[in-house]
Design a protein around this ligand. Sequence first.
Ligand code: PTT
Ligand code: SF4
Length: 610
Amino acid sequence: MHGWTGNILRVNLTKKKAIAQEFDADFARTWMGGRGFAAKILWDELKSGIDAFSAENRLIFAAGPLTGVSLPSSGKLVVAAKSPLTGGYGDGNIGTWACVMMRKAGYDAFVFEGKAEKPTVVKVEDDATEFLDGTDYWGRGVFETEKELKKKYGNVTGVVSIGKAGENRVRYANMISQEGRGGGRPGIGAVMGSKNLKAVAIKGTKELPAADIKELKKLGLEGYKEILTKPNYKFWKRQGTVSTIEWCQENSCLPTRNFREGVFDQADAIGGFAMEKLKISNRGCPQCNMTCGNVITDVDNKPAEVDYENIALLGSNIGLGNLKEVAHLNRLCDDYGLDTISMGNIIGFIMEASEKKLVLEKIEWGDFEKAKELIEEVANNKSNMGALLAQGVRYASEKIGKDSKNWAMHVKGLEISGYTCQTTPAMALAYGTAASGAHHKDAWVISWEIKHGRESYDETKVDKIIELQRLRSMFEALTTCRLPWVEVGFEIDWYPRYLRAATGLTMTLEDMHKIADRTYTLIRAFWVREFGKQWNSSMDMVPNRWFTDPLTKGSFKGAKLDRTKYESMLQMYYHKRGWDKRGIPTESSLRRLGLSNVAKELSKYVQLTS
Ligand code: PTT
Ligand code: SF4
């Protein structure tokens, strides 16, 4: 077997033991890596209904056969666990040297199980794993933690750590690396905290395995050069994802005041061009020549990395039109290890609740000082408000009651990311059917939809969503960054070529789509097993607000989604995926994807249709 190291490191935190476990070529070919490995391990090893914060949960770091190799944007790592926020499958994708080092140390994945007795740092250096006392780091921010660990173990060490939010089990705590890379939106950082695992530090010196290393290097270099020739490359380097602010404003989909509107009157002040005036540098993930992290200085003159999602959710969505203040909130979230998307979504929610007098506190739209306080209270899980909001928007709306459920903006408990969908039914369905709850990562169909006509709810849209879910799952499995393909048009055909040089396997895009479908279906089976007979198509519904509250501003004033048409699009989607009317995979579709054992296990929890 080439391309994979063939080893998973199993780290038992309770017993302070780590063993390397081999996997075979069949496992590698069936699941590829990254999300595929994570989904398979979680399905096989978790009992249904376990508490996500229990020692039984697994925390997985998984790479793929292209991770870390010298080819475009390959420094990415999938982090996954049962989510404490949604109760279902949860993952994220973080850019970090830790994944390059993990592969160089000789592993394609780490599986953490059990719970350390006290705060711990796990250090892996090639074949040696150490369990170090992490007490001194507990309570510290991620910036300081990573800096200290690098000082101790050398600058080449790859570090992933959690901040106070993960330690305090905020249900949307993520993990951070390299001061501004954040991943694991559905509370994967909180799972790490529940295991008393503060940080993982990795150093590796081995050669990455490849079938044809010369060819791989040659193709890698050609890829980097090709990216430099793309017409959009220069502009991308200037603005990265931040130009999406202006694009969303133009297209009435910029989340504004808790997704109430799609345009924000101060959009220009927080957009790509405003950002450029404040920019001090670019940052990026390993092995990338697109370096899309834009660093600006915040109100305290400290460097903060901003991306589109962070600005949309901590800016327009909370009515804040000062980019330096937004950057400050972003920096706070980074240091605490809090997902910016969920945090901004929840601040917007509580601002609306305050406006409607459903809570006693006065929290006005755009109030920077109050937003700062809320972030601090949440990260420290202190005060009634902090403790309430640390559970996520679904929980907060259940507690606050009245009609707040209608404008609690989440799907399956995961807060919606940066697009409001009153005028874009396909994007709404993409949120409804994403693997871990409302995330744009599985099908960012909105740009295609806006070009092809937003009004319709037809089959072509459903086909497009599935096509994108397949393509994007491929990046989660290989595991590399999808942005060269999405943002500058680096052709998808490069990837089967890379895969062939890395593994020696000739796989077409169709072969990879089958792996993607298998993984997506297994993830659905995981959700269904967790929810059992409660599972039905309402799990894939999007918030009521998009059906009931028409936009009151912008060129799409009056627009809202049509519930009946959304539901029929959802049924079309199920049919094409081989799922029944409840959104549960049928026995035959499970069999077709080589998941007969999954069908057998799942039928203990729900009746499967044939
Ligand atoms: C992702 C989500 C995103 S998606 C953003 S901005 W984006 C937010 N970034 C955060 C942050 O920063 N700090 C913080 N405290 N929380 C944050 N939460 C939010 O997390 C990110 C890039 C981006 S920037 C995107 S779209 C692409 N995502 C990829 C993906 O999912 N898969 C893949 N194969 N390639 C991708 N490339 C791009 O990576 P989650 P990163 Mg992220 C400061 O993980 O949980 O999915 O959340 O990893 O290294 O920061 O790169 O406009
Ligand atoms: Fe990281 Fe951006 Fe490069 Fe992707 S394009 S690897 S997110 S720096």
